[in-house]
Design a protein around this ligand. Structure first.
Ligand SMILES: [Zn+2]
Length: 270
């Protein structure tokens, strides 16, 4: 009996994932057509990727060939790749673009890094400190470990914090938030010998951050806080544009034009 219920729940979960992915696919195609032009931006754009060839991460995963295509499309359109920190600090120019990765997943190093290196493109990676401890099997195979991150940093990659355990900061109380900030900073310091001052908000959309979390993050020592949204981002945060696995040439070009600047991933609740 319990097994049967478990199976039903599991199936419902899978069905929900499929529905969400189908909705996202539909929305992104529709917006790419319906919002072909927006007024030109005054500032640069920071792209937010996750994995590049780890399909288990679903909508967050972009295949290596598609990732390469995104870089080529941006270059063809006259964009100039700069470090995310440059856009965060100055706002950048309308043709400035930057690359960042959340979650510090393996394929950033194995798949994306060679492509970025080929084009001499700087990038940033945001670490979930407990995931990079690799205590679980999926972390050992899917997440970058400290030795890999140390090497990347030596090669010029900017590393920041993405919290200790990837909580939704729109949901946790301020004490828990403080522990997350301190733990991630301490662990990164112990493992890599530096304390990060940049932070990317887990999930990173309007409902995943609060003024209390923002205050606690800044008190903990974070000076730059990245969202995963553009116009709907929480106040005081640096905008980033979320890139999804559905972003083919047409959608990616629309993304560069700002078609998704008011779009958020999780607008539906069940
Ligand atoms: Zn994340």
């Amino acid at each position: 009996m319990i097994q049967a219920v478990k199976k039903l729940v599991q199936r419902a979960g899978l069905r929900r994932q499929h529905l969400e992915a189908a909705r996202m696919y539909g929305e992104r195609h529709a917006l790419a057509v319906a919002a072909p032009f927006r007024s030109p931006r005054a500032r640069g754009r920071i792209l937010c990727y996750h994995s590049v060839g780890q399909p288990e991460f679903g909508v967050n995963d972009v295949t290596p060939s598609r990732f390469r295509r995104h870089i080529e499309l941006a270059l063809e359109q006259g964009y100039r790749f700069v470090a995310p920190a440059e856009i965060a600090a100055t706002g950048g120019g309308p043709k400035d673009i930057a690359i960042s990765f959340d979650d510090a997943l393996k394929t950033v190093l194995t798949q994306a890094d060679p492509i970025l290196r080929e084009h001499k493109i700087p990038y940033s990676v945001f670490i979930v400190s407990e995931w990079s401890e690799q205590k679980h099997d999926w972390e050992k195979t899917g997440v970058l470990g400290w030795r890999e991150l140390e090497k990347m940093r030596a090669d010029g990659v900017e590393l920041g914090s993405h919290s200790a355990t990837h909580r939704d900061f729109g949901e946790v109380d301020v004490e828990r938030a403080k522990r997350e900030f301190e733990q991630s900073r301490n662990t990164i310091n112990e493992r890599l010998g530096f304390t990060p001052d940049v932070f990317a908000i887990p999930f990173g959309q309007s409902r995943n951050w609060t003024p209390c979390a923002d205050k606690a993050a800044r008190e903990a020592g974070f000076t730059t806080i990245y969202a995963q949204a553009e116009e709907t981002r929480p106040p005081g945060t640096i905008p980033r544009t979320f890139v999804t696995r559905f972003d083919d040439d047409r959608i990616f070009k629309a993304l560069l034009r700002g078609a998704f600047d008011r779009w958020e991933e999780w607008t539906w609740t069940y």
